[in-house]
Design a protein around this ligand. Structure first.
Ligand SMILES: NC(=O)c1ccc[n+]([C@@H]2O[C@H](COP(=O)([O-])OP(=O)(O)OC[C@H]3O[C@@H](n4cnc5c(N)ncnc54)[C@H](OP(=O)(O)O)[C@@H]3O)[C@@H](O)[C@H]2O)c1
Length: 321
């Protein structure tokens, strides 16, 4: 694998060992790289890093000083502080910074030094899936972009890096702007925001009408994964052909009523807020206020009857633990 990535020179230093940090570090290691993980001194993940046989450091400036490639795999809202406090002065001249999501650059929160390559290798999946696909020999899609090409080889480095974390792709050439706008839209209206609201609304409708709470929980939450697997494997059409005749008739006659013209207009409005910069302005205020709105909403979410039932039935807690 290493021979297939001639433009990717180490040391690769990975900042953060969360969902993406862990997966990318292990995939890079299995691809013949020897990444260094930079953790905060207070990190509870130190033992896990050691158990994975990975090198680690806790001094961010010292780690940045070693990097040929610095991979920004800490939460988006913390990346600017890390760049300003450690990377800006310590990264060697001509180094590259790789992002897994382009928002810090696209929003202007990070304004990188001109001698650096600024790259995007954005896996289109959660970190766990990135690792799982890699170990089972499957590919994972990755969007690639360059916003600053100081070396003249930035696109090649991005492609080599992506090959190391997600095997054979597909690698989709893009821009930071496209990746950010698409990612924000899909997570807001479908994968995270829209899906959560639809699940809660269906559950509340059933419970308010007097249906059994536990059965409602199973129908609204636990039946999702098998259906998502069918869509993932066979597409929507394939899913519809594999469910019962009754479910199929209900789906094709009622689904469109859930997504009404008004809902479609809302989707367009949300996309406009993203493209105009309104959402990013709100996000920057949220970061400055220490994620106040997110914390308030998460408290409500944690106390929702659906979560209480899930925990009573032995599901994982809010932290996933
Ligand atoms: N979640 C996904 O699978 C996914 C998918 C595609 C793209 N992305 C992008 O990938 C990037 C990382 O997201 P994530 O969800 O993987 O993050 P995450 O799981 O929330 O990352 C947490 C890790 O970041 C560390 N961290 C926090 N501040 C740090 C600092 N100052 N220096 C070093 N490490 C620090 C934490 O340290 P401690 O160990 O001390 O807590 C922890 O190891 C983001 O740009 C995100 O948009 C994520």
């Amino acid at each position: 694998m290493r021979d297939e990535s001639p433009h990717l020179e180490g040391p690769v230093v990975i900042f953060g060992f969360g969902a993406q940090g862990r997966a990318q570090a292990l995939n890079l290691k299995d691809s013949g790289m020897d990444p260094i993980i930079c953790l905060r001194g207070s990190s509870r993940r130190m033992e896990e890093v050691k158990a994975c046989g990975l090198r680690f450091m806790t001094d961010a400036r010292a780690a940045a000083g070693l990097a040929r490639v610095a991979s920004m795999l800490l939460p988006d809202g913390l990346q600017k502080a890390l760049y300003d406090e450690a990377l800006k002065d310590a990264l060697p001249k001509g180094a590259a910074i790789v992002f897994a999501h382009g928002i810090s650059i696209h929003s202007g929160m990070i304004r990188p030094r001109e001698d650096l390559d600024i790259l995007l290798a954005a896996p289109l999946c959660h970190g766990d899936a990135l690792r799982e696909n890699f170990t089972s020999g499957k590919a994972a899609a990755c969007m690639l972009a360059v916003s600053q090409d100081a070396s003249g080889h930035a696109a090649d480095i991005a492609l080599d890096y992506a090959r190391c974390i997600s095997r054979s792709g597909p690698f989709i050439k893009s821009t930071f702007k496209e990746e950010v706008e698409m990612d924000l839209f899909v997570e807001q209206v479908l994968l995270c925001g829209g899906l959560a609201e639809l699940i809660r609304s269906a559950f509340e409708t059933l419970v308010d009408a007097g249906f059994n709470e536990e059965a409602s929980y199973f129908c609204c939450v636990k039946e999702l994964l098998p259906i998502a697997r069918l869509v993932d494997t066979y597409g929507i059409d394939g899913m519809l052909t594999r469910i019962s005749d009754t479910a199929r008739f209900g789906a094709v006659t009622r689904g469109k009523r859930v997504i009404s013209e008004q809902t479609r207009a809302e989707l367009e409005a949300i996309l406009s807020e993203i493209r105009s910069g309104q959402f990013i302005a709100e996000l920057r205020r949220e970061v400055e206020l220490g994620y106040k709105t997110s914390a308030e909403e998460m408290t409500k979410s944690r106390d929702h009857p659906l979560e209480l039932i899930g925990r009573r039935l032995g599901g994982s807690g809010p932290s996933g633990s």
